[in-house]
Design a binder for this molecule. Structure first.
Ligand code: NAD
Length: 369
């Protein structure tokens, strides 16, 4: 088995991210090298259980583990405390102990819920992330942010809790719906802009191979994205400084998601709009050259990500931005590009410049969004 390893350095909480193609069944043997007991729960949704969970469970049983599978319904609307409670019911009912482990098999929704259940059951049991969507492989499975939504806001309840291992089989992306794959590319482009110009160029040259699921290109893309995220998380686990640069594109992106009720766009799609809007804001503030915004815009559109803001009222977007949970002392915090590969964090954004920029990014052409 050809496996690339990326290490997340966090002292005693350090862990490996293992990336390869068709490596899912190999996880069962790898678990034997980890400090876990003989009892484990696979948390997944019904379709992913059929596709991958059942066979993973058989492989783990073949290695002598007692495996329980917990199926949660698919979808963000089930990322709730109620789902976590269902997990507790099964774990407690089956007398899971401190050394028993959880495997989160799914996209970001499953990863966030299962991670939170692992963080809180018996004050923390080990868990393994097995991300199956591109967003989860390059972003949500790494870094230890776990949690669920509340009626009053997304991701309002949660904990920082690092996994014991992240096991990424890029082969499972073959069943991921095309729109989800493209949405995940929004986060991949983000890594190039915030930290690595060479990687950005690589994505420009190889996005077609990524979208057609070329094995080597996928492995490199996922591994480099994880390396960048690992480096940032290792230096700032709890987002007191540098980690905030991962929010590039997310401030305006979240506002777009909120304005459209989290139904119209996938997260990565909104991030693409947010990245281009943030880049145009940086141009208007004299922080970067126009070609930086242009090249981000062009790459996102080539991949199939729309970049013009949807037809929502700019003053509504401004109101939502002011209510963002990342607002500090009433100042909206933006991550803005200086050049490809470098961003800066600023709270000094003039409201008029922001409003003008949003207006510029807004589309009246309904066919585009
Ligand atoms: N914790 C973090 O750091 C972090 C970071 C980014 C996003 N998130 C969270 O992640 C969630 C979004 O994640 P997502 O985009 O993966 O959405 P998701 O988990 O809803 O997955 C999208 C859809 O794809 C399906 N799917 C996943 N993998 C598949 C595969 N291999 N084959 C077939 N179908 C597959 C899922 O069942 C689901 O229907 C949000 O809740 C967001 O808040 C968390």
């Amino acid at each position: 088995m050809d496996i690339r390893r990326v290490r997340v350095e966090l002292g005693q909480r350090s862990y490996d991210i293992c990336i390869g193609h068709s490596i899912l069944s190999g996880l069962a043997r790898h678990v034997k090298s980890l400090p876990v007991g003989r009892k484990g729960a696979i948390i997944t949704n019904p379709s992913l259980n059929k596709l991958y969970g059942e066979s993973l469970s058989r492989h783990l049983s073949g290695e002598g583990y007692g495996i329980t599978t917990i199926e949660l319904p698919a979808g963000e609307k089930y990322k709730t405390l109620k789902s976590v409670s269902r997990i507790y019911d099964t774990l407690a009912g089956e007398r899971f102990e401190r050394s028993s482990f959880i495997i989160a098999l799914g996209g970001g929704v499953i990863g966030d819920i299962a991670g939170f259940a692992a963080a809180t059951y018996l004050r923390g049991i080990p868990y393994i992330q097995v991300p199956t969507s591109l967003v989860a492989q390059v972003d949500s499975s790494v870094g230890g942010k776990t949690g669920v939504d509340h009626a009053l806001g997304k991701n309002l309840i949660g904990a920082f809790y690092q996994p014991l291992l992240v096991w990424i089989d890029v082969g499972v992306l073959k069943t991921l719906p095309g729109r989800e794959l493209i949405a995940g590319m929004g986060e991949v482009v983000k890594y190039g802009v915030i930290a690595d110009e060479q990687f950005f160029k690589y994505i420009m040259e190889s996005y077609r191979d990524i979208l057609s699921l070329d094995k080597e290109t996928l492995i490199h893309t996922v591994a480099r994205s994880c390396e960048i995220k690992a480096m940032i998380v290792s230096s700032d686990e709890r987002e007191s400084g540098l980690r905030a640069i991962l929010n590039f594109g997310h401030t305006i992106g979240h506002a777009v998601e909120t304005a459209t009720g989290y139904r119209k766009y996938r997260h990565g799609e909104a991030v693409a709009m947010g990245m281009v809007a943030a880049a145009r804001l940086a141009v208007n503030m004299g922080l970067c050259r126009n070609d930086v915004a242009e090249v981000i815009d062009r790459l996102c559109r080539s991949i199939g990500l729309k970049t013009a803001l949807p037809s929502v009222n700019t003053s509504e977007l401004m109101d939502i931005l002011r209510r963002d949970k990342k607002v500090v002392n009433e100042k909206i915090r933006f991550v803005l590009p200086v050049r490809i590969g470098e961003v800066t964090i600023t709270e000094n954004v003039d409201n008029d410049v922001l409003q003008e920029t949003l207006q510029l990014c807004y589309t009246h052409d309904k066919s585009e969004n």
